[in-house]
Design a protein around this ligand. Structure first.
Ligand SMILES: Nc1nc2c(ncn2[C@@H]2O[C@H](COP(=O)(O)OP(=O)(O)OP(=O)(O)O)[C@@H](O)[C@H]2O)c(=O)[nH]1
Length: 219
């Protein structure tokens, strides 16, 4: 008798956050990563509150389903956005290599994370807009040293040219996979995300494929 058909293993769900000052390119990195798209500079607009996308990929031979939360960098949304940090296994902190202020703001972003998440959560510092080499204000060496001090992975990328964008997300996921304590715990900070995510206007079921293109939250 033939053995019963085996179900393919369910993908692993991970929650990632994108944080950093306004205009550093968080939404552009996400669009490049999830849709391989780039919007011309004058067509992109600031995120209102929080945006959300689901992206599936295979890492180390395993199916992974990422829910990626793109938070608005503007100060006025800070209280709303930080309420979405909980349960994240990975954080992508973005600054703009051509904007010193966005780099100098990083200690504030790190202390916000510290207040909400376990220090085991995987962090990657991404210096975006590396295509603007001619107007660089933050050197690679300085940012790399800072990332090391903050126990973060580091990469310079460009949402515009796609340089290192996939690598940034993949490195983050690989590091999460290497830290089972981040996703094996049943509850609490750093625990694997629930398959039902509460959003204004309804819940999103991450166990299904209904939200592939992502959704948004104009909170
Ligand atoms: N040259 C260059 N411009 C970029 C790059 N990434 C984003 N931009 C531009 O920078 C501006 C801001 O990009 P967004 O992706 O909206 O920035 P954000 O961090 O999501 O901004 P908030 O939603 O306000 O937090 C837009 O005009 C983008 O076209 C990049 O890699 N290179």
């Amino acid at each position: 008798m033939a053995p019963p058909p085996t179900k393919p293993p369910a993908p692993i769900n991970y929650k990632l956050l994108l944080i950093g000052n306004s205009s550093v390119g968080k939404s552009s990195l996400l669009l490049r990563f999830s849709d391989e798209q780039w919007l011309p500079e004058d067509e992109s607009s600031a995120t209102i509150g929080v945006d959300f996308r689901v992206h599936k990929m295979e890492v180390k031979g395993k199916k992974v389903k990422l829910s990626i939360w793109d938070t608005a960098g503007q100060e006025r949304f800070r209280t709303i956005t930080s309420s979405y940090y909980r349960g994240a296994q990975g954080v992508i902190l973005v600054y703009d290599v051509s904007n010193r202020e966005s780099f100098d703001a990083l200690p504030r972003w790190y202390s916000e994370l510290e207040a909400s998440l376990s220090d085991k959560v995987v962090k990657i510092l991404v210096g975006n807009k590396v295509d603007k080499e001619f107007s660089r204000q933050v050197s690679t060496a300085e940012a790399e040293a800072y990332a090391a001090r903050m126990n973060s992975l580091f990469v310079e990328a460009s949402a515009k040219t796609a340089a290192n964008v996939k690598e940034a997300f993949t490195q983050c996921v690989e590091r999460i996979m290497d830290q089972p304590e981040l996703w094996e715990t049943p509850a609490g900070t750093g625990a694997a995300i629930s398959s039902n995510v509460k959003m204004p206007g309804g819940n999103i079921n991450l166990a299904e494929d209904s939200q592939e293109g992502g959704g948004g939250c104009s909170c």
